[in-house]
Design a protein around this ligand. Structure first.
Ligand code: NAP
Length: 287
Protein backbone atom coordinates (compact mmCIF):
# COMPACT_ATOMS: atom_id res chain seq x y z
CA UNK A 1 0.00 0.00 0.00
CA UNK A 2 1.17 3.51 -0.86
CA UNK A 3 1.40 5.87 2.13
CA UNK A 4 2.24 9.57 1.80
CA UNK A 5 4.46 10.92 4.57
CA UNK A 6 4.84 14.60 5.43
CA UNK A 7 6.72 16.35 8.22
CA UNK A 8 3.33 16.86 9.87
CA UNK A 9 2.26 13.20 9.63
CA UNK A 10 1.17 11.83 13.00
CA UNK A 11 2.20 8.36 14.06
CA UNK A 12 -0.01 5.44 15.13
CA UNK A 13 0.86 1.77 15.41
CA UNK A 14 -0.02 -1.66 16.72
CA UNK A 15 2.13 -3.25 19.39
CA UNK A 16 2.29 -6.95 20.18
CA UNK A 17 4.51 -10.01 20.15
CA UNK A 18 4.12 -11.63 17.70
CA UNK A 19 2.72 -8.76 15.66
CA UNK A 20 3.95 -9.13 12.10
CA UNK A 21 0.78 -11.08 11.18
CA UNK A 22 -1.48 -8.20 12.24
CA UNK A 23 -4.03 -6.89 9.75
CA UNK A 24 -4.38 -3.58 11.60
CA UNK A 25 -1.74 -1.62 9.61
CA UNK A 26 -3.42 -2.51 6.32
CA UNK A 27 -6.93 -1.73 7.62
CA UNK A 28 -5.96 1.50 9.37
CA UNK A 29 -3.76 2.87 6.56
CA UNK A 30 -6.53 2.12 4.05
CA UNK A 31 -9.06 4.02 6.20
CA UNK A 32 -6.67 6.93 6.86
CA UNK A 33 -5.96 7.28 3.16
CA UNK A 34 -9.64 7.09 2.19
CA UNK A 35 -10.52 9.77 4.74
CA UNK A 36 -7.56 12.01 3.84
CA UNK A 37 -6.21 12.00 7.41
CA UNK A 38 -2.53 12.88 7.90
CA UNK A 39 -1.50 9.84 9.96
CA UNK A 40 0.59 6.76 9.31
CA UNK A 41 -0.03 3.45 11.06
CA UNK A 42 2.99 1.22 11.75
CA UNK A 43 3.70 -2.19 13.22
CA UNK A 44 5.89 -2.34 16.34
CA UNK A 45 7.05 -5.45 18.12
CA UNK A 46 7.01 -4.94 21.88
CA UNK A 47 7.91 -7.92 24.05
CA UNK A 48 5.91 -9.05 27.06
CA UNK A 49 6.81 -7.00 30.12
CA UNK A 50 7.85 -3.96 28.05
CA UNK A 51 4.50 -2.13 27.96
CA UNK A 52 5.62 0.55 30.44
CA UNK A 53 8.85 1.16 28.52
CA UNK A 54 6.88 1.37 25.27
CA UNK A 55 4.46 3.94 26.72
CA UNK A 56 7.35 6.23 27.61
CA UNK A 57 8.93 5.75 24.16
CA UNK A 58 5.63 6.36 22.36
CA UNK A 59 4.98 9.61 24.24
CA UNK A 60 8.59 10.76 23.70
CA UNK A 61 8.44 9.97 19.97
CA UNK A 62 5.15 11.83 19.57
CA UNK A 63 2.83 8.91 18.82
CA UNK A 64 -0.83 9.97 18.81
CA UNK A 65 -1.83 6.49 19.92
CA UNK A 66 -1.61 2.79 19.30
CA UNK A 67 -3.53 -0.47 19.32
CA UNK A 68 -2.42 -3.42 21.41
CA UNK A 69 -2.68 -7.10 20.83
CA UNK A 70 -1.30 -10.11 22.70
CA UNK A 71 0.39 -10.05 25.23
CA UNK A 72 -0.28 -6.44 26.31
CA UNK A 73 -4.04 -5.94 26.56
CA UNK A 74 -4.19 -6.70 30.27
CA UNK A 75 -0.78 -5.29 31.21
CA UNK A 76 -1.79 -1.85 29.91
CA UNK A 77 -4.79 -1.51 32.24
CA UNK A 78 -2.94 -0.31 35.38
CA UNK A 79 -0.68 1.93 33.27
CA UNK A 80 -3.46 4.17 31.95
CA UNK A 81 -4.22 7.65 33.36
CA UNK A 82 -7.85 7.12 32.34
CA UNK A 83 -9.79 4.03 31.34
CA UNK A 84 -13.13 3.89 29.56
CA UNK A 85 -15.84 1.86 31.38
CA UNK A 86 -15.73 -1.01 28.88
CA UNK A 87 -11.95 -1.41 29.19
CA UNK A 88 -12.38 -1.34 32.95
CA UNK A 89 -15.07 -4.01 32.82
CA UNK A 90 -13.07 -6.26 30.44
CA UNK A 91 -9.78 -5.70 32.23
CA UNK A 92 -8.26 -5.25 28.77
CA UNK A 93 -7.14 -2.27 26.68
CA UNK A 94 -6.79 -2.55 22.90
CA UNK A 95 -6.61 1.17 22.04
CA UNK A 96 -4.47 3.86 23.68
CA UNK A 97 -4.56 7.58 22.87
CA UNK A 98 -1.71 9.81 24.03
CA UNK A 99 -2.57 13.43 24.73
CA UNK A 100 -0.46 15.95 26.63
CA UNK A 101 1.66 13.11 28.00
CA UNK A 102 -1.36 11.26 29.38
CA UNK A 103 -2.55 7.79 28.40
CA UNK A 104 -6.22 7.11 27.70
CA UNK A 105 -7.19 3.43 27.41
CA UNK A 106 -10.19 2.02 25.54
CA UNK A 107 -11.53 -1.34 24.51
CA UNK A 108 -13.08 -1.23 21.05
CA UNK A 109 -13.35 -5.04 20.60
CA UNK A 110 -16.54 -5.04 22.69
CA UNK A 111 -18.19 -2.22 20.72
CA UNK A 112 -16.97 -3.80 17.49
CA UNK A 113 -18.77 -7.04 18.31
CA UNK A 114 -22.00 -5.21 19.19
CA UNK A 115 -21.91 -3.20 15.97
CA UNK A 116 -21.32 -6.34 13.95
CA UNK A 117 -24.41 -7.91 15.57
CA UNK A 118 -26.40 -4.74 14.93
CA UNK A 119 -25.44 -4.96 11.29
CA UNK A 120 -27.13 -8.35 10.99
CA UNK A 121 -30.11 -7.02 12.99
CA UNK A 122 -29.48 -9.08 16.11
CA UNK A 123 -30.16 -7.40 19.44
CA UNK A 124 -28.68 -9.23 22.45
CA UNK A 125 -30.99 -7.51 24.97
CA UNK A 126 -32.82 -10.17 27.01
CA UNK A 127 -31.22 -13.01 24.99
CA UNK A 128 -29.69 -16.20 26.42
CA UNK A 129 -26.14 -16.54 25.08
CA UNK A 130 -23.85 -19.56 25.18
CA UNK A 131 -20.30 -18.26 24.88
CA UNK A 132 -17.38 -20.64 24.32
CA UNK A 133 -14.01 -19.47 25.65
CA UNK A 134 -12.66 -17.22 28.40
CA UNK A 135 -9.62 -15.56 26.79
CA UNK A 136 -9.19 -12.00 25.53
CA UNK A 137 -11.90 -12.13 22.87
CA UNK A 138 -14.33 -13.77 25.31
CA UNK A 139 -13.75 -11.01 27.86
CA UNK A 140 -14.59 -8.28 25.36
CA UNK A 141 -17.61 -10.13 23.98
CA UNK A 142 -18.87 -10.89 27.50
CA UNK A 143 -18.54 -7.21 28.46
CA UNK A 144 -20.43 -6.23 25.31
CA UNK A 145 -23.22 -8.73 25.96
CA UNK A 146 -23.54 -7.72 29.62
CA UNK A 147 -23.73 -4.07 28.59
CA UNK A 148 -26.43 -4.95 26.07
CA UNK A 149 -28.52 -6.80 28.68
CA UNK A 150 -27.99 -10.46 27.70
CA UNK A 151 -27.72 -13.45 30.07
CA UNK A 152 -24.38 -15.16 29.34
CA UNK A 153 -23.39 -18.77 30.00
CA UNK A 154 -19.64 -19.31 29.68
CA UNK A 155 -18.06 -22.66 28.84
CA UNK A 156 -14.28 -22.84 28.76
CA UNK A 157 -11.78 -25.69 28.66
CA UNK A 158 -10.04 -24.24 31.73
CA UNK A 159 -13.02 -23.93 34.06
CA UNK A 160 -11.28 -21.59 36.49
CA UNK A 161 -10.90 -18.91 33.81
CA UNK A 162 -14.63 -19.02 33.07
CA UNK A 163 -15.45 -18.75 36.79
CA UNK A 164 -13.08 -15.80 37.06
CA UNK A 165 -14.78 -14.07 34.15
CA UNK A 166 -18.17 -14.43 35.87
CA UNK A 167 -16.98 -11.89 38.44
CA UNK A 168 -17.43 -9.23 35.77
CA UNK A 169 -21.20 -9.35 36.33
CA UNK A 170 -22.26 -12.32 38.52
CA UNK A 171 -25.93 -11.49 38.12
CA UNK A 172 -25.71 -11.88 34.32
CA UNK A 173 -22.84 -14.31 33.73
CA UNK A 174 -22.45 -17.92 34.90
CA UNK A 175 -19.96 -20.69 34.10
CA UNK A 176 -20.67 -24.28 33.04
CA UNK A 177 -18.31 -27.17 32.18
CA UNK A 178 -16.94 -27.47 28.64
CA UNK A 179 -18.09 -30.98 27.76
CA UNK A 180 -20.33 -32.32 25.01
CA UNK A 181 -23.26 -33.17 27.31
CA UNK A 182 -23.27 -29.77 29.00
CA UNK A 183 -22.83 -27.89 25.73
CA UNK A 184 -25.79 -29.76 24.25
CA UNK A 185 -28.00 -29.01 27.27
CA UNK A 186 -27.02 -25.34 27.34
CA UNK A 187 -27.37 -24.95 23.58
CA UNK A 188 -30.98 -26.13 23.77
CA UNK A 189 -31.75 -23.06 25.90
CA UNK A 190 -29.78 -20.48 23.91
CA UNK A 191 -30.80 -17.77 21.45
CA UNK A 192 -27.23 -16.97 20.48
CA UNK A 193 -24.04 -19.04 20.43
CA UNK A 194 -20.66 -17.30 20.17
CA UNK A 195 -17.34 -19.07 19.72
CA UNK A 196 -14.46 -17.12 21.25
CA UNK A 197 -12.02 -20.04 21.39
CA UNK A 198 -9.24 -20.55 18.83
CA UNK A 199 -10.86 -23.81 17.70
CA UNK A 200 -11.13 -23.79 13.91
CA UNK A 201 -8.78 -20.84 13.38
CA UNK A 202 -6.50 -20.95 10.33
CA UNK A 203 -2.95 -21.90 11.23
CA UNK A 204 -3.98 -24.04 14.20
CA UNK A 205 -4.45 -27.79 13.92
CA UNK A 206 -7.18 -27.84 16.54
CA UNK A 207 -10.89 -27.84 15.86
CA UNK A 208 -14.10 -28.95 17.59
CA UNK A 209 -14.15 -32.75 17.82
CA UNK A 210 -17.94 -32.90 18.15
CA UNK A 211 -20.32 -30.25 16.85
CA UNK A 212 -23.36 -32.25 18.02
CA UNK A 213 -24.32 -29.44 20.43
CA UNK A 214 -25.34 -27.34 17.40
CA UNK A 215 -28.16 -29.82 16.73
CA UNK A 216 -29.68 -28.95 20.12
CA UNK A 217 -29.98 -25.21 19.34
CA UNK A 218 -33.49 -23.82 18.85
CA UNK A 219 -34.11 -23.14 15.15
CA UNK A 220 -34.14 -19.34 15.66
CA UNK A 221 -30.68 -19.31 17.30
CA UNK A 222 -27.90 -17.28 15.66
CA UNK A 223 -24.34 -18.68 15.63
CA UNK A 224 -21.29 -16.37 15.68
CA UNK A 225 -17.58 -17.03 15.51
CA UNK A 226 -14.94 -14.45 16.53
CA UNK A 227 -12.63 -16.12 14.00
CA UNK A 228 -12.34 -14.38 10.61
CA UNK A 229 -9.74 -16.66 8.99
CA UNK A 230 -11.02 -18.89 7.54
CA UNK A 231 -14.17 -16.90 6.71
CA UNK A 232 -16.31 -19.96 7.44
CA UNK A 233 -15.13 -22.24 10.24
CA UNK A 234 -16.39 -25.81 10.58
CA UNK A 235 -18.67 -24.53 13.37
CA UNK A 236 -20.25 -21.90 11.12
CA UNK A 237 -20.54 -24.32 8.20
CA UNK A 238 -22.38 -26.90 10.31
CA UNK A 239 -24.63 -24.20 11.81
CA UNK A 240 -25.47 -22.93 8.32
CA UNK A 241 -26.21 -26.48 7.14
CA UNK A 242 -28.59 -26.83 10.08
CA UNK A 243 -30.41 -23.68 8.94
CA UNK A 244 -29.06 -21.13 11.45
CA UNK A 245 -28.09 -17.54 10.69
CA UNK A 246 -24.33 -17.17 11.10
CA UNK A 247 -21.77 -14.38 11.49
CA UNK A 248 -17.98 -14.66 11.35
CA UNK A 249 -15.41 -12.38 13.07
CA UNK A 250 -14.82 -10.05 10.13
CA UNK A 251 -17.47 -7.54 11.23
CA UNK A 252 -16.02 -7.38 14.74
CA UNK A 253 -12.52 -6.85 13.33
CA UNK A 254 -13.66 -4.08 11.00
CA UNK A 255 -15.82 -2.26 13.52
CA UNK A 256 -13.23 -2.35 16.30
CA UNK A 257 -10.79 -0.76 13.84
CA UNK A 258 -13.26 2.00 12.89
CA UNK A 259 -14.01 2.69 16.57
CA UNK A 260 -10.28 2.83 17.36
CA UNK A 261 -9.70 5.26 14.51
CA UNK A 262 -12.43 7.55 15.86
CA UNK A 263 -10.61 7.59 19.20
CA UNK A 264 -7.23 8.28 17.59
CA UNK A 265 -8.35 11.22 15.48
CA UNK A 266 -10.81 12.44 18.13
CA UNK A 267 -13.39 13.56 15.63
CA UNK A 268 -16.40 11.98 13.92
CA UNK A 269 -15.38 10.12 10.77
CA UNK A 270 -17.36 8.96 7.77
CA UNK A 271 -17.84 5.42 9.09
CA UNK A 272 -19.32 4.05 5.89
CA UNK A 273 -16.39 5.35 3.85
CA UNK A 274 -13.87 4.05 6.41
CA UNK A 275 -15.52 0.64 6.50
CA UNK A 276 -15.66 0.39 2.71
CA UNK A 277 -11.92 1.18 2.49
CA UNK A 278 -11.11 -1.37 5.19
CA UNK A 279 -13.25 -4.00 3.49
CA UNK A 280 -11.51 -3.40 0.19
CA UNK A 281 -8.13 -3.71 1.92
CA UNK A 282 -9.25 -6.95 3.60
CA UNK A 283 -10.12 -8.30 0.18
CA UNK A 284 -6.51 -7.86 -0.85
CA UNK A 285 -5.24 -9.86 2.11
CA UNK A 286 -4.40 -13.54 1.99
CA UNK A 287 -6.66 -15.64 4.28
P1 NAP B 1 -6.79 -16.30 23.92
O1 NAP B 1 -6.88 -15.19 24.88
O2 NAP B 1 -5.49 -17.02 23.74
O3 NAP B 1 -7.93 -17.37 24.31
C1 NAP B 1 -8.02 -18.60 23.62
C2 NAP B 1 -9.30 -19.33 24.03
O4 NAP B 1 -9.42 -20.52 23.23
C3 NAP B 1 -9.31 -19.76 25.49
O5 NAP B 1 -10.61 -19.72 25.99
C4 NAP B 1 -8.80 -21.21 25.38
O6 NAP B 1 -9.18 -22.04 26.45
C5 NAP B 1 -9.50 -21.66 24.12
N1 NAP B 1 -8.86 -22.82 23.52
C6 NAP B 1 -7.64 -22.85 22.91
N2 NAP B 1 -7.38 -24.11 22.49
C7 NAP B 1 -8.45 -24.88 22.86
C8 NAP B 1 -8.78 -26.26 22.72
N3 NAP B 1 -7.94 -27.12 22.11
N4 NAP B 1 -9.96 -26.69 23.20
C9 NAP B 1 -10.81 -25.83 23.82
N5 NAP B 1 -10.56 -24.52 24.00
C10 NAP B 1 -9.39 -24.05 23.52
O7 NAP B 1 -7.18 -15.83 22.44
P2 NAP B 1 -8.20 -14.66 22.06
O8 NAP B 1 -7.47 -13.40 21.88
O9 NAP B 1 -9.34 -14.72 23.00
O10 NAP B 1 -8.66 -15.15 20.61
C11 NAP B 1 -9.59 -16.21 20.44
C12 NAP B 1 -10.06 -16.23 19.00
O11 NAP B 1 -10.80 -15.04 18.74
C13 NAP B 1 -8.91 -16.28 18.00
O12 NAP B 1 -9.25 -17.17 16.97
C14 NAP B 1 -8.83 -14.87 17.47
O13 NAP B 1 -8.41 -14.82 16.12
C15 NAP B 1 -10.29 -14.41 17.58
N6 NAP B 1 -10.39 -12.95 17.76
C16 NAP B 1 -11.11 -12.25 16.84
C17 NAP B 1 -11.24 -10.88 16.98
C18 NAP B 1 -12.04 -10.12 15.96
O14 NAP B 1 -11.94 -8.89 15.91
N7 NAP B 1 -12.83 -10.79 15.15
C19 NAP B 1 -10.67 -10.21 18.06
C20 NAP B 1 -9.94 -10.96 19.00
C21 NAP B 1 -9.80 -12.34 18.81
P3 NAP B 1 -8.24 -22.17 27.77
O15 NAP B 1 -8.60 -20.97 28.61
O16 NAP B 1 -8.63 -23.45 28.36
O17 NAP B 1 -6.82 -22.13 27.29
Amino acid sequence: MEVTLRNTTKKLCIIGDPVSHSRSPILQNAMLRALGLDYVYLCQRVAKGDAQRWLECAAFCGYAGFNATMPHKQDLVPLMDELDPVAKRCGAVNTVCIKDGKYYGYNTDAGGFLRALEEIQVSPAGKRVLLLGAGGAAKAVTAALVEAGAAVTLANRTAEKARELCRMAPEQVRAVPFDDGTLRAQASESDLLVNCTCLGMAGTAEDFQDLGFLEALPSHAVVCDAIYAPPETSLLRRARELGHRTMNGEGMLLHQAVLALERFVDQPIDRAKAKAAALEAMGTLPA
